[in-house]
Design a binder for this molecule. Structure first.
Ligand SMILES: [Mg+2]
Length: 354
């Protein structure tokens, strides 16, 4: 065990807890080196994609949820947590236009907690597995003294020629989201504050946070009908998720503030919560919708395809422009919101700014 005052090994880089997540991932991927030829997509998209035998790519994704960081058992039931643990991974498969297939679960369970409660977690996860056509085929259980730690690995597949990625957006493309923004973040605010709003307002918002429903059918449709140029799921807030698309595609984006598809429920709840609905919509995480770009001439086909599939119409968010920033256009001028998401500093914009 190393004492904090120990002299560091000269090969050890200096400590830096402030290293950004992006910088950390970049440093890690450099350490792992260039992937073999079978890897179509490595680090940096919603899934890794492998070209094995056959016409489909194999998709791989993994997500970890940590008690006290990603969830609080005062707000969520274990059953709901089980659902969400798989649903967030399904959302990453949806973000490639793929079909989820097989899951592995690693469950870190606190040694002093009743192990029978793990069955409630498993029931929620199994329900999500049935809903999204996933088979849970293995995993690991370990003791986790500091609190529950859940890691789900999920595989999926997508026809090779149809896979959608974060790269591919072009200047002039329109940007859409597959649902209204900000509901999960508003739900979390309600839970954190113990707020009491009208049940028909607060229950769907809380459900959006605790039991997200990934837009798998929309992802499948976009891929199968080649409707989109780039695709991502909205996990960190659209200001950050759209910035990921822009960086991967080498483009910028312009969002007219007045046209942001803020959820009407979020608009209704925001005053009681003392928060800006627009802030929640742009920087609130965990909506698990899909954000995609499409050529303008696709707009009519998009609407028809979504209607035919019985899906809600995609909502316009803005357009792709040359450059490398995500700009929110307001009457007072453009505001750079690139990368401003759930874990970052928040936009300080009110309705009066619009
Ligand atoms: Mg994702």
């Amino acid at each position: 065990m190393t004492h904090p005052t120990d002299k560091r090994d000269p090969g050890t880089p200096p400590g830096d807890a402030s290293l950004s997540e992006v910088a950390l991932i970049t440093a890690l991927s450099r350490e792992f080196g260039a992937p073999p030829a079978a890897v179509v997509l490595g680090i940096g998209d919603d899934c890794a994609a492998l070209a094995l035998d056959g016409p489909d790519y194999l998709l791989l994704t993994v997500d970890t949820l940590v008690e006290g960081v990603h969830f609080d058992l005062a707000y969520t039931s274990l059953d709901q947590l089980g659902w969400k643990s798989l649903a967030v991974n399904v959302s990453d498969i949806a973000a490639m236009g793929g079909e989820p297939r097989y899951a592995l679960l690693s469950l870190g369970w606190p040694p002093d907690r009743d192990r029978c409660l793990a069955l409630q977690f498993a029931a929620g996860l199994a329900r999500a597995a049935r809903e999204y056509g996933v088979a849970v085929i293995g995993g690991d259980t370990v003791a986790a003294p500091e609190g529950l730690v859940i890691t789900v690995t999920l595989t999926g597949q997508v026809p090779a020629a149809r896979m959608l990625r974060r790269a591919g957006a072009r200047p002039g493309d329109l940007i859409f989201v597959t649902g209204p923004l900000g509901e999960a973040a508003a739900g979390l605010e309600i839970l954190r504050r113990g707020a009491k709003l009208a049940p028909d307002l607060q229950e769907p918002l809380i459900a959006a946070h605790l039991t997200p429903r990934p837009h798998l059918a929309a992802g499948r449709l976009l891929a199968r009908e080649a409707l989109a140029t780039a695709l991502i799921d909205t996990s960190d807030g659209v200001a950050t998720d759209l910035y990921h698309v822009c960086r991967a595609s080498g483009v910028g984006a312009l969002i007219p503030a007045a046209a942001v598809p803020v959820s009407p429920r979020v608009q209704a709840a925001a005053p009681a919560l003392g928060v800006s609905a627009l802030n929640l919509a742009l920087t609130g995480g965990e909506d698990y919708l899909l954000l995609f770009t499409a050529a303008p001439e696709m707009a009519a086909r998009l609407d028809q395809a979504f209607a035919r599939a019985g899906l809600a119409q995609p909502l316009p968010l803005g357009r792709i422009v040359p450059g490398d920033r995500v700009l929110l256009s307001t009457p007072a001028g453009d505001v750079d919101i690139s990368g401003r998401g759930y874990d970052h500093f928040r936009l300080d914009l009110t309705a009066e700014d619009l």
